[in-house]
Design a protein around this ligand. Structure first.
Ligand SMILES: C[S@@+](CC[C@H](N)C(=O)[O-])C[C@H]1O[C@@H](n2cnc3c(N)ncnc32)[C@H](O)[C@@H]1O
Ligand code: SF4
Length: 410
């Protein structure tokens, strides 16, 4: 996970964590996230921690320097976790564009994780990729290295929409890319975006049809967010592009859910759908389920976030600052926060209600329980038994923020 700037207390340079967090960090699934913060070009809508060649200084902060720095952070993680060190259930190479790294280096990092932490039997290993960075050869090399799934940023199949998003791949090449990944024996996930300025109803329908024709194991469909500070936000402000609108986004979500459900995909989180495979009753992303279900994870790389036993920290964002810290033998963590019980509860409600498994009412506070009858009467949640819990209806999924606020008694 790698996101935006947050406030928090200064993280200690030796990166030690309190003993109670290390102890609590032994529970639940454990994931390792490796953030590769480089892209060939930055898409105008993206505010993730990522840098294109022109953003870098050339002082050891580029792609070539990255693997040894990431390995140094892995060493640091081993020292910090010590007694609570355990094999990883999942590893996720995210970005940025991890497939800009030569496959031998991705393999080396995965080996480094295996040697230092161990991997559980059947561990899920995901690599995110832009379609124009994946060849059949690379897919085979990833499979040989132990990768189990590839998440492809397809976004849209309509050239004008891709051009507004400033994506670089040719949509006509995507079926061959998916075929190459599948032939290598890897699971395929595709990321889609809806609500891009200028995207029509037909554009989105065509994207859904084409995505389903790829027969992926997993689909993530995200509403485009026009993030402050991005070049797309500036273009919208100048009137060069229309903004997004909530009603259109809601209609696009309904279209996606209808098309995916009809094709045999089940939603398991608000923006994520999966189908049954030979491996699992649903090919969910177990790594992301760890984030949403209170798991523990160590995030390696510039801007990466970590969570161990209720302690959260995040690394400095610029690759140069990251490199300087590690070369000085210091932690790259910029700041951290210890979640209060109230914050932990709010997060449990916020993330749990977005899951198709729903929110177990046994853990819900009085204000939330009091809201349940009216949420049911409004058709926003459904109450089901054993364990007694509430699950969002489709209407509720469209209004998930409102449902969350009512469950929190806000
Ligand atoms: C940060 S990217 C990393 C993977 C890869 N570089 C790619 O673009 O597919 C992961 C996903 O986040 C999505 N994303 C980034 N910025 C977004 C935004 N403002 N609104 C919605 N989705 C966004 C991307 O489109 C992509 O599917
Ligand atoms: S390729 Fe992915 S990570 Fe890179 S700028 Fe585009 S959306 Fe962001």
């Amino acid at each position: 996970m790698a996101g935006s700037e947050l406030a928090g207390e200064i993280a200690p340079r030796d990166s030690r964590i309190p003993e109670e967090a290390a102890q609590a960090g032994r529970c639940g699934p454990f994931g390792v996230y490796v953030h590769v913060p480089f892209c060939r070009v930055r898409c105008g809508y993206c505010d993730f921690t990522t840098y294109a060649p022109g953003d870098l200084t050339g002082y050891g902060d580029d792609l070539a320097a990255y693997p040894s720095l990431a390995a140094a952070e892995l060493d640091l993680a081993v020292g910090v976790l010590q007694g609570s060190l355990r094999p990883a259930d999942t590893v996720f190479f995210g970005g940025g564009t991890p497939t800009l790294l030569p496959s031998a280096q991705l393999r080396g990092l995965l080996e480094g994780i295996r040697e230092r932490f161990g991997l559980v039997e059947g561990a899920e290993i995901t690599v995110e990729a832009n379609p124009d960075t994946v060849t059949g050869e690379l897919a085979d090399q990833l499979a040989e290295a132990g990768v189990t799934r590839v998440s492809l940023g397809v976004q849209s199949v309509v050239p004008t929409v891709l051009s507004v998003l400033e994506r670089t791949h040719d949509p006509a090449q995507v079926p061959a890319t998916v075929q190459a990944v599948r032939s290598a024996g890897l699971e395929v996930s595709v990321d889609l975006i809806y609500g891009t300025p200028g995207e029509s109803h037909q554009d989105w329908a065509a994207t859904l049809d084409a995505a389903l024709a790829l027969e992926p194991d997993h689909v993530s469909a995200y509403a485009l967010v026009i993030e402050e500070g991005t070049s797309m936000a500036r273009r919208v402000r100048r009137g060069e592009l229309p903004g997004t609108d909530e009603d259109t986004q809601a209609r696009r979500y309904e279209m996606a859910d209808e098309a995916l459900a009809a094709a045999g995909y089940a939603w398991y989180e608000l923006s994520n759908w999966a189908r049954p495979t030979a491996r699992a009753s649903l090919a969910t992303c177990r790594h992301n389920l760890g984030y949403w279900g209170g798991g523990q994870w160590w995030g390696v790389g510039p801007g990466a976030h970590s969570h161990v036993g209720g302690l959260r920290w995040w690394n400095v964002r610029h690759p140069r600052a990251y490199a300087e810290r590690l070369r000085a033998g210091e932690s790259p963590a910029q700041a951290r926060e210890r979640l209060t019980p109230e914050q932990q509860y709010d997060e449990w409600v916020l993330l749990g209600i977005r899951l198709a498994d729903g929110l177990p009412l046994a853990g819900v506070h009085e204000a939330g329980l009091a809201a349940v009858p009216s949420l049911c009467a409004d058709g926003l949640v459904q109450r089901v038994g054993d364990p007694d819990r509430v699950i969002l209806t489709r209407q509720g999924r469209l209004l998930a923020d409102l449902v969350t606020r009512r469950l929190l008694g806000w």
